[in-house]
Design a protein around this ligand. Structure first.
Ligand SMILES: [Zn+2]
Ligand SMILES: [Zn+2]
Length: 204
């Protein structure tokens, strides 16, 4: 019997010795020897700081959830549109303006030129997230050049072909996005933009 007991004690102390490690304090980065498993901090002071940070983290998360709950459908549309437009600008950064052929000048903030919709978001909201309907365009042409529609059409035909342009022009199917669809669209275009940026970083 004594042997069995000894063996158990031995096994337990070996286990303790192996799980109680020397590790770095997650707050001050000093090395310390753990007094119990899962111990992350070296001292009570670092422990208090750790709890404070954890509490803040939790509050930030709750804040985000609260804000998300307050968002209206139109807020979600705005967010999705923002992500979509950013992707289109990144996609077209090396192309000329769709309507006048002038080079698009990018800026570090990404606002050097616009994502211009062929059929405008106002008059054809169902095409607001259609990649064929949206192209890099100088701010000048997009904002002050409503007369550029004919040139836009020519530029678009050159890019995607007459058949596709006519499909866009004939499309009157209304779309109503649910909030979860809008969240999905936003996530999709954020991911597409990240992928594009990664590819560019690989080339340059
Ligand atoms: Zn510490
Ligand atoms: Zn133009």
């Amino acid at each position: 019997m004594g042997n069995v007991l000894n063996l158990t004690t031995l096994t337990r102390s070996t286990a303790l010795r192996t799980t109680l490690r020397e590790r770095k304090c997650v707050i001050c980065a000093e090395k310390f020897k753990q007094a119990r498993t899962m111990q992350k901090v070296c001292s009570p002071a670092c422990g208090a700081e750790y709890s404070r940070r954890e509490r803040e983290k939790k509050e930030r998360k709750q804040d985000r959830a609260r804000k998300a709950a307050l968002k209206t459908r139109s807020d979600w549309i705005k967010g999705a549109q923002h992500a979509f437009n950013a992707y289109i600008r990144a996609r077209d950064r090396n192309l000329p303006c769709i309507c006048c052929g002038k080079p698009l000048k990018d800026s570090d903030t990404g606002g050097g030129f616009d994502c211009g919709h062929y059929r405008s978001v106002g008059s054809a909201p169902h095409l607001r997230f259609d990649e064929r309907n949206a192209n890099g365009q100088t701010k000048q042409c997009n904002r002050y050049g409503s007369g550029r529609a004919v040139d836009y059409r020519l530029g678009l035909i050159a890019r995607i072909g007459l058949a596709a342009v006519e499909v866009l022009e004939a499309d009157q199917t209304p779309k109503r996005y649910t909030i979860s669809e809008l969240q999905q669209i936003k996530a999709t275009y954020k991911a597409k933009l990240a992928k594009l940026r990664k590819e560019v970083a690989c080339i340059t």
